[in-house]
Design a protein around this ligand. Structure first.
Ligand SMILES: Nc1nc2c(ncn2[C@@H]2O[C@H](COP(=O)(O)OP(=O)(O)OP(=O)(O)O)[C@@H](O)[C@H]2O)c(=O)[nH]1
Ligand SMILES: [Mg+2]
Length: 449
């Protein structure tokens, strides 16, 4: 009897859509090593329906693993400061956040395409928000704020660098440019799906506002009420996003003085502002303007995390060296910038009682290193996963379960511990006299006598 060849099942529209739109469960994310092995083992196997094996799975192409969480770069690069009284100042690489927690943070940014919410040049034009946590990005012009927004949304490298004009805007991307001062207003982007709790709070608030309105109408005997009476009744749509990130105009070259005034109003008055990310160019380091912004953040009591940008440029500058040496030099320079930043933050902290190292409304001691706009890096760019996590942590969306122990460098010459009673004040400690040896010269003998 002739063997019958089994034909592949027909592809219907519904199977096609399920194949293309089905999201893989988060547990199916593979670490890079496994993903590479998977590709080398399965991806190039010829796909043929005339194969002799009888497994039905052969009719479907091999399951293509989703893009790993991070492509060729480590997920999070961050440093912790030494204790302030440590004589040997070193930036200490911090332990990476838990992988599940990193994945949670990343999924908030990438579970749905980013949404451009509004552009406001004045604080009064900013729509009300009383439910969705907000984080703003601050930094000198051209430091890479808009590029970081795109990278947070999963659009890094060349795509982020090419994000120009209305096309970028309509797809929820921030517009980037080599020319300083390209972002001229406060641009807000919504990420993720709101939680049930957020929606519930919004419903309760809407009911409360309705009651207030009815009471105001009763008090004014059916009149609409004066402007003063109606003030405070805010018509706000229910939350659409889990998190809002606001891209601010940069300060410095190409900026306008009044932008700063509007940003200050935003920092002082925005109710849902949970923190600010201060971006510092890893090549240029800390500038006077950055110091002034740290002071402003302190005075407004805004929680602050520092992100270093353009770290890839440190690596590219020294092409004559061996790869390992280049890497070491780049790392040393990044550490140098981190130490400068901590110095500045500690100096700015000195005149404050609340804006303190590691405090709720203070500055985050951990500094995150990124190269979000590195066009040579496929995907997210180095360290962007860490930046996502830092943003989510400030917004209260992920928890930090790490134990961040301060690393104390042991003193090189440990000194003897002396009891207080044994301390001698005012007189120099008696030193035992040395007997001149026979072999000693005449001058030695004079000195000892
Ligand atoms: N090599 C490299 N280039 C970057 C990086 N981040 C940003 N850039 C480039 O820096 C330039 C400025 O980036 P933007 O994101 O527009 O900077 P911005 O801070 O938004 O600037 P303003 O809107 O003017 O305040 C662009 O040409 C980016 O491609 C990075 O990590 N590495
Ligand atoms: Mg910009």
């Amino acid at each position: 009897m002739a063997s019958r060849t089994r034909l592949p099942p027909p592809t219907t529209l519904s199977t096609l859509t399920t194949l293309t739109t089905r999201r893989l469960p988060s547990s199916s994310y593979l670490p890079l090593q496994t993903a590479n092995q998977f590709f080398s083992e399965h991806h190039h196997r010829p796909f043929s329906s005339t194969s002799t094996t009888s497994s039905p799975s052969k009719y479907y192409p091999p399951r293509v693993p989703p893009k790993p969480l991070y492509s060729t770069t480590p997920p999070a690069i961050s440093y912790l400061p030494p204790p302030s009284n440590d004589p040997t100042q070193h930036a200490v690489p911090s332990p990476p956040p838990h992988e599940a927690s990193l994945r949670d943070a990343s999924s908030i940014f990438t579970q749905q395409p980013p949404h451009f919410l509004y552009s406001a040049s004045k604080f009064l034009q900013v729509p009300p928000n009383s439910h969705t946590p907000e984080i703003c990005l601050l930094g000198r012009s051209n430091v890479g704020k808009s590029t970081l927004i795109n990278a947070l949304a999963g659009v890094g490298g060349q795509a982020a660098a090419r994000a120009h004009g209305l096309k970028a805007r309509s797809s929820g991307l921030a517009i980037t440019s080599k020319i300083s001062g390209s972002t001229k207003s406060m641009n807000a982007y919504g990420f993720g799906v709101p939680t049930k709790a957020q929606r519930q709070m919004a419903l309760e608030r809407a009911a409360e506002l309705k009651r207030e309105r009815e009471l105001a109408q009763k008090l004014t005997a059916g009149r609409r009420g004066s402007r003063a009476e109606r003030r405070g009744v805010v018509h706000e749509p229910p939350p659409q996003f889990r998190l809002i990130v606001v891209d601010m105009p940069g300060y410095g070259l190409g900026s306008q003085k009044w932008w700063g005034l509007e940003i200050e109003k935003y920092l002082r008055r925005r109710v849902m502002l949970k923190g600010a990310v201060l971006l510092i160019d890893a090549v240029a380091g800390v500038k006077d303007a950055d110091r002034q912004v740290m002071e402003l953040l302190r005075d407004c009591g805004v929680r602050t995390a520092v992100v270093l940008t353009k770290a890839d440029k440190l690596r590219k500058k020294e092409e004559g060296l061996e790869a390992e040496e280049v890497e070491m030099h780049a790392e040393a320079r990044v550490e140098g910038v981190c130490l400068d930043v901590w110095d500045e933050l500690r100096a700015v902290e000195r005149v404050s009682l609340t804006w303190l190292e590691g405090a709720e409304k203070g500055w985050e001691k951990e500094i995150w290193v990124t190269s979000a706009g590195d066009v040579d890096v496929r995907g997210d760019g180095a360290g962007v996963v860490g930046a996502r996590w830092a943003v989510c942590r400030m917004a209260g969306l992920v928890e930090d379960n790490r134990v961040l122990k301060p690393v104390v460098t042991p003193l090189t010459a440990p000194s003897k511990i002396v009891r207080f009673e044994d301390l001698q004040f005012g007189t120099a400690p008696a030193t035992p006299k040395e007997e001149p040896s026979d072999s000693g010269t005449a001058s030695d003998a004079e000195a000892s006598s």
